[in-house]
Design a protein around this ligand. Structure first.
Ligand SMILES: CCCCC/C=C\C/C=C\C/C=C\C/C=C\CCCC(=O)SCCNC(=O)CCNC(=O)[C@H](O)C(C)(C)COP(=O)(O)OP(=O)(O)OC[C@H]1O[C@@H](n2cnc3c(N)ncnc32)[C@H](O)[C@@H]1OP(=O)(O)O
Length: 213
């Protein structure tokens, strides 16, 4: 098993509790992002909201990590992903996706994207599609017991991806030495809108963490 993605029972209990605390915070900030983009209220209300938010940020910053989450949290198991911009429970810019794993290695997720991710009017920004697919394809590599960084990610935008309810999936195609080839897609109710293929590479000299498990 991939220790990196697993939790002990104790860690799992604590993770559930912390997720119940941080998840709603991130969700409230997501709602704020949407409100910030779409609000049409009077100027004085916006000025007041700005002051209120600066005060709230000050409260949260009273005690914080000295740098990025991945470097400084030393979080075990699944909490390591909480800063992720795709699946992060603590990251308001993550839609977020909840990834599912099928027994045959398929990784998939049904998720929603709102106005914060708009590119063409009413449609998902192409860079956001790339971010989502990079992560989901990477997860398919990880689920297969391999590791690596994205070497090359190639997308084909077949048609516009509407904002709203979407599905993404990925599966590993093959592994050649340190290189893992993966394919995936994003789809709406009508079918695939974006196709992706990628090569993930285990960097030279890097030892997979499971090697010592
Ligand atoms: C640090 C280790 C891994 C850490 C993994 C991290 C997290 C995993 C945990 C959970 C995963 C779960 C979900 C996934 C989550 C997120 C996914 C997001 C992923 C990213 O957000 S990741 C950031 C963007 N990514 C980079 O920041 C990479 C920067 N880059 C490098 O770090 C090097 O550039 C590297 C490592 C790519 C190669 O370096 P290297 O020295 O090991 O490669 P080398 O020259 O030995 O080539 C060996 C063979 O690969 C071929 N080859 C070389 N480069 C290639 C390329 N770019 N494309 C296609 N093929 C390539 C050669 O042609 C040769 O092929 P051949 O063997 O056939 O001759």
């Amino acid at each position: 098993m991939t220790r990196y993605l697993e939790d002990t029972a104790t860690e799992r209990l604590e993770a559930d509790e912390r997720e119940g605390l941080y998840g709603p915070l991130a969700e409230a900030v997501r709602a704020l992002v949407d409100a910030s983009i779409r609000t049409e209220v009077d100027d004085h209300v916006i000025r007041q909201a700005t002051a209120d938010l600066e005060r709230i940020a000050g409260h949260l910053r009273a005690h914080q990590l000295p740098g990025s989450y991945g470097v400084h949290s030393e979080a075990p198991g699944r909490r390591r992903t909480w800063g992720s911009p795709v699946i992060g429970v603590r990251n308001p810019i993550a839609p977020p996706l909840t990834l599912q794993h099928a027994p045959d290695g398929l990784v998939w997720s049904e998720f929603r994207v709102g106005t914060a991710y708009e590119g063409p009017p009413g449609r998902l920004h192409g860079g956001m599609a790339a971010l989502i697919l990079d992560h989901v394809l990477g997860e398919a590599v990880s689920a297969s017991g391999h590791w690596g960084l994205t070497g090359t990610l190639t997308l084909r935008y077949r048609r516009g991806t509407p904002l709203g309810r979407l599905r993404t999936e990925a599966r590993i195609d093959r592994v050649e030495g340190r290189k893992a080839y993966v394919v995936g897609s994003i789809a709406d109710d009508e079918g695939i809108t974006v196709e992706a293929e990628a090569i993930f590479i285990l960097p030279k000299g890097y030892v997979h963490p499971d090697a010592t498990a």
